[in-house]
Design a protein around this ligand. Structure first.
Ligand code: HSE
Length: 415
C-alpha cells in the first residue's frame, strides 16, 4: 500500500519538508506503516537542479483531482490562496497539515469542522513554536487539565533580535537582516516585529485551551520596535530582561479571556527569562500539572519541517478525524478589554519638576525606582505596583498634563 503526499509551496518550510522527507523516507515509512511518496510539489517557480525536480507542478488542480493524494502540506502561508486550496483538499477527502498560523488563527474553527465533516484531519503542529510539540500536548497529553493560563515567547525572529541587541550590541536592522538570512522571519517581517505573528499563535493556543475561536483583531498587540537600549539597561537594574510575551488566561469558565502580546520585563532567571536567540518557550499552567514549559527552536526551515512531516505521519496512521483537536466557532468579542488587565508597569519619563517622584508616587502608589549608567538628571524610571491599565493610563495622562514626557512603558510580568 502506498500513500501519496503533496506539498503546496517550496519556500523555506516547503523545501525543508521535501528535504526531511527524502532524507528520512525509509524511517518515515516504518513509522507510518506504509509506503509513502511525495508525488507533487506545487510552486510557480522552476527548480531544475533539485533531485526531485520531476515532482513540481504549477497547477493546483492536478493535486486536487488526484485521488491517490491523501495528505497535503499547505506551507504557502497567508490567507489566500491557502484557504481555498485547504478547503478544496478537505472537501475532497484529503487531510491537510500546515505551518500557516495566519490561516489557523483566522479560520481554524471552520476548517477543523470541515475536516470532521469529511472524516479527514487538519493538523497544524508547525503553526506554533516551530519544531516544539505544543498543539498535540495541549489537546492530548494535558487533556486532564483545566488550562488556567498560557504564556510564551512565541516569535523566534523578535527573540533573536532582542538577544542580539542585548548581548552583542547589534543594531535592530542588522539583527533583523540576519534573522531573515537564517530563514526565521516572515515574508513581511513587519508581522514579526509588530507582534502580529505572536498574536496569531496565542490566538491558536487560546482557542485550543479555552475551547472557542479567538480572533487576532481582538487581542491587544504591541511589537518590539519601541524598545530602546535605555529600557534594556533599566530592566537589568531590576534583574530583568525584555521579551515579547504572548499570553492568554481565563479566570472562570464562560468568562472573558485575557489575551495580549506585548514586550515585558521578566526576571532574567525565570522560566521564560532564559529563553534566548531563535528559541521559543511556552509555559502552560494546568490545574493538575502546575507549570509545564516547552522549549525549542521556534522558527527555521528544518525545525518547522519536522513538525509538518510529523503531522503527515499522523495523518497516514489516523483512521478518522482526531476527536480532541477542535474548538467552537465564535463571533469574536470574547477577549477582555485591555484596560481591565491588571499589571505592574515599567515607566520611563523625563521631567524638569523636582517633585515628580512625589507626584508619581501619589498617583501610582509605592514606586520601585530604577537606575542606569549615564542616567540624565531629568530622567526617571520606575515600576508601579500592580494596577488596572485604565488607572495607569489615567495617571500617565495627569502627569503629561503637568509637563512630564513619557519615553517608555512596558508591562512587568512574573513567569
Ligand atoms: N517568523 C516566525 C518566527 C516563524 O520568527 O517565529 C515561525 O513561526
Amino acid at each position: 500500500m502506498r500513500m501519496n503526499i503533496a506539498v503546496l509551496g517550496h519556500g523555506t518550510v516547503g523545501s525543508g519538508v521535501a528535504e526531511v522527507f527524502f532524507k528520512n523516507r525509509a524511517a518515515l515509512e516504518k513509522k507510518a506503516g506504509q509506503e509513502l511518496d511525495l508525488k507533487y510539489i506545487l510552486d510557480l517557480r522552476d527548480f531544475p537542479d533539485l533531485p526531485y525536480a520531476d515532482r513540481f507542478v504549477k497547477d493546483f488542480n492536478i493535486i486536487a483531482d488526484d485521488d491517490s493524494v491523501k495528505v497535503v502540506a499547505e506551507v504557502i502561508g497567508g490567507l489566500e490562496p491557502a484557504y481555498t486550496f485547504t478547503k478544496t483538499c478537505l472537501e475532497r477527502g484529503k487531510s491537510v497539515v500546515t505551518s500557516n498560523k495566519e490561516l489557523v488563527a483566522q479560520r481554524g474553527a471552520e476548517l477543523l469542522a470541515l475536516a470532521r465533516e469529511h472524516h479527514v484531519n487538519y493538523f497544524f503542529e508547525a503553526s506554533v513554536g516551530g519544531g516544539i510539540p505544543i498543539i498535540r500536548p495541549l489537546h492530548m497529553c494535558l487533556a486532564a487539565n483545566r488550562i488556567e493560563e498560557i504564556a510564551g515567547i512565541l516569535n523566534g525572529t523578535t527573540n533573536f533580535i532582542l538577544t542580539k541587541m542585548i548581548r552583542e550590541n547589534m543594531s535592530f536592522g542588522d539583527a533583523l537582516a540576519l534573522a531573515q538570512k537564517l530563514g526565521y522571519a516572515e515574508r513581511n517581517p513587519e508581522a514579526d516585529v509588530e507582534g502580529h505573528d505572536a498574536c496569531r499563535k496565542i490566538c491558536i493556543l487560546a482557542a485550543l485551551s479555552f475551547g472557542e475561536h479567538v480572533y487576532p483583531k481582538d487581542v491587544h498587540t504591541e511589537g518590539i520596535t519601541k524598545i530602546t537600549p535605555e529600557d534594556v539597561a533599566y530592566a537589568a537594574d531590576n534583574d530583568c530582561v525584555i521579551k515579547l510575551i504572548g499570553r492568554a488566561k481565563r479566570e472562570e469558565a464562560g468568562g472573558k479571556i485575557t489575551a495580549m502580546v506585548t514586550p515585558a520585563l521578566i526576571y532574567k532567571e525565570s522560566q521564560l527569562g532564559t529563553v534566548d536567540d531563535v528559541f521559543n518557550g511556552i509555559l502552560v499552567r494546568g490545574d493538575a500539572t502546575g507549570d509545564v514549559v516547552f522549549y525549542g527552536k521556534g522558527a527555521g526551515k528544518l525545525p518547522t519541517a519536522s513538525a509538518v512531516v510529523g503531522d503527515m505521519i499522523d495523518c497516514a496512521k489516523a483512521a478518522d478525524t482526531s476527536p480532541s483537536l477542535r474548538w467552537a466557532p465564535s463571533n469574536g468579542g470574547n477577549v477582555e478589554e485591555q484596560g481591565k488587565n491588571r499589571t505592574a508597569m515599567y515607566l520611563r519619563c523625563r521631567s524638569f519638576s523636582e517633585t515628580l517622584v512625589q507626584e508619581a508616587g501619589r498617583l501610582f502608589g509605592e514606586l520601585h525606582l530604577l537606575r542606569r549608567n549615564n542616567q540624565p538628571a531629568n530622567e526617571l524610571a520606575f515600576i508601579t505596583p500592580v494596577l488596572m491599565e485604565y488607572d495607569i493610563d489615567a495617571a500617565i495622562e495627569k502627569l503629561e498634563g503637568m509637563g512630564v514626557e513619557f519615553l517608555g512603558k512596558i508591562r512587568v510580568l512574573d513567569y
